[in-house]
Ligand binder design. Structure first.
Ligand SMILES: CC(=O)N[C@@H]([C@@H](O)[C@H](O)[C@H](O)CO)[C@@H](O)CC(=O)C(=O)O
Length: 303
C-alpha cells in the first residue's frame, strides 16, 4: 500500500488555464480569481501548468508565480497538482522543489520535450524529479504531443515506488487505460485525460479525471461523476453526450484554449488570451462563442 492519501486525487480535477494580464504577462491576481471560482464550484482539485495551463510556453519564474497564486488561494480546500514537465530535467527539478516549498500536494511531469528520448532517458528524467522532493508523483502520459509511448513495463517499474502514485493518461485508448490500471495495481491511480471519454475511462477503471474542457463546464463533469457513482449509467451517458457536443464545438475553433478563455471572459472571468503560437478567438468567431456559452449555461442550469 502507498503511504500517501490517494482519495484526494480522485474526482474532477481541472487542468487550469494560463492566466495573463492585458499585456500578456502572467497574472497572479487572475490565477487567484480563477482558482477561487473552481473552489466555489466544488471540484476536487487543480492541475497547474499542464497543457491547458501552457506551462511549456512559460518561463520557470512565470510558472512559479501561477502555482503560488493557486496554492495560496485554494490549497487548503482543493488538491493542487503542479505540472513540472519542461524541456530539461534541470528545470523540472527546479519547479518540483519550488512546488514542494509552496505547498503543492503532488508533482507531475511529461517526459522532457523536443528530443526523441529512449525509455532509459525518460526513466532517469522522471526519477530525478521524483528524488528531488518528498511529494508524490503522477506520470503524465500524453504521447500525441510528446511522441513518447509509455510501455507497461516502464509503468510497472515506476509504480513500484511508494512516491509514484499514479498516471494521468491523455492517450485516447481506453484499452491502454485499463491495461495501465491492471498493471499498476489497486493502490495506483489512473486518471482519465480525454474529456470526451470521461465516462468510458471511469467505467473501465479510471479513478477520476484531469481535463482542460472541465474549466468551462465543471458542473457537467461533476454531474457525470455523480451519476456514475450512483450507478445511474443512462443518465451519466446522457450528460457525457451533452459534454461531447460542446467539446466538438470547442474544438472547431482555431484554438481550444482561445475559445475556453473567451467563454470565461463572457462570464466575467478575464484571464487573458492564450500565448502565441496558440491563437485567441477572432472577432468574426465571437458570435459563435457567445452562442456556445449560452448553450453551456443552459445545460449547467439543468444540473
Ligand atoms: C490532448 C489534450 O490536450 N488533452 C487534454 C484534454 O482535456 C483535451 O483538451 C480534451 O479532451 C479535448 O479534446 C487533457 O488531457 C490535457 C490536460 O489535462 C492538461 O491540460 O494538462
Amino acid at each position: 500500500m502507498k503511504s500517501y492519501h490517494l482519495d484526494r486525487f480522485k474526482g474532477i480535477t481541472i487542468a487550469m488555464y494560463s492566466c495573463y494580464d492585458e499585456q500578456g504577462n502572467v497574472s497572479p491576481e487572475a490565477a487567484r480569481r480563477l482558482a477561487r471560482h473552481y473552489a466555489d464550484v466544488g471540484v476536487s482539485g487543480l492541475y497547474v501548468g499542464g497543457s491547458s495551463g501552457e506551462g511549456m510556453l512559460q518561463s520557470a519564474s512565470e510558472r512559479k508565480l501561477t502555482l503560488e497564486a493557486a496554492v495560496q488561494e485554494v490549497g487548503r480546500e482543493l488538491t493542487v497538482i503542479a505540472h513540472v514537465g519542461a524541456p530539461s530535467t534541470r528545470e523540472s527539478i527546479e519547479l518540483a522543489k519550488h512546488a514542494e516549498e509552496v505547498g503543492a500536494h503532488a508533482v507531475s511531469a511529461v517526459p522532457a520535450i523536443y528530443y526523441r528520448l529512449s525509455p532509459q532517458s525518460v526513466e532517469r528524467h522522471w526519477q530525478a524529479i521524483i528524488d528531488s522532493t518528498s511529494l508524490p508523483f503522477i506520470i503524465y502520459h500524453i504521447p500525441q504531443t510528446t511522441g513518447f509511448q509509455l510501455s507497461k513495463s516502464l509503468l510497472v517499474k515506476m509504480a513500484a515506488q511508494d512516491k509514484v502514485i499514479g498516471v494521468k493518461i491523455s492517450a485516447e485508448s481506453t484499452f491502454e487505460l485499463q491495461q495501465f490500471k491492471a498493471a499498476g495495481g489497486d493502490d495506483f491511480l489512473v486518471l482519465n485525460g480525454p474529456d470526451e471519454q470521461y465516462l468510458a475511462g471511469r467505467s473501465i477503471g479510471a479513478d477520476g479525471g484531469i481535463g482542460g474542457t472541465y474549466g468551462v463546464m465543471p458542473e457537467l463533469f461533476m454531474q457525470i461523476e455523480r451519476c456514475f457513482a450512483e450507478g445511474k449509467l443512462e443518465e451519466a451517458r446522457k450528460w457525457q453526450f451533452t459534454v461531447n457536443e460542446i467539446i466538438t464545438e470547442l474544438l472547431s475553433f482555431p484554438s481550444l484554449y482561445g475559445a475556453c478563455k473567451a467563454i470565461l471572459k463572457l462570464r466575467g472571468l478575464d484571464i487573458g488570451e492564450p500565448r502565441m503560437p496558440l491563437l485567441p478567438v477572432a472577432e468574426t468567431d465571437m458570435e459563435r462563442v457567445r452562442a456556445l456559452n449560452e448553450k453551456i449555461l443552459h445545460y449547467i442550469a439543468q444540473v
